[in-house]
Design a protein around this ligand. Sequence first.
Ligand SMILES: [Zn+2]
Length: 128
Amino acid sequence: MYCINCNNKVDEKWKYCIKCGKSLINDNSTIDEIKVEEIKDKEKKDTILYISLFFIGLGGLIFLDNFKGIFFLLSLVSIVTGYVKYPKNKIIKIIFWIFVILFILFIIFAVVAIIACIRELPNCTNIG
Ligand SMILES: [Zn+2]
């Protein structure tokens, strides 16, 4: 193992680093805390990234006429990836489920519109 203070190679039996004098006994908890902080920090950055990509996709879907499929995929992939990676993240979870509900509603409305269209075929202009 290595001293977390000076990176000097140290024996696990040693109580102090012979190079810098740092105690080697209680430092495991410090390392764990640093790791937890790093993981939290990474989750925060990833959350911001996935949510940004999701809203870029959503914005494209709503405001641009072209490439709707690509923007939809961008939204879908970023929020699903975020949800799979961080299922406990509250913000991702909320956006994911809102997205799922909206998607289901959209499909229901599309199906209803198509059925209504088929029934009144001569007046049907909604398909496509
Ligand atoms: Zn040291």
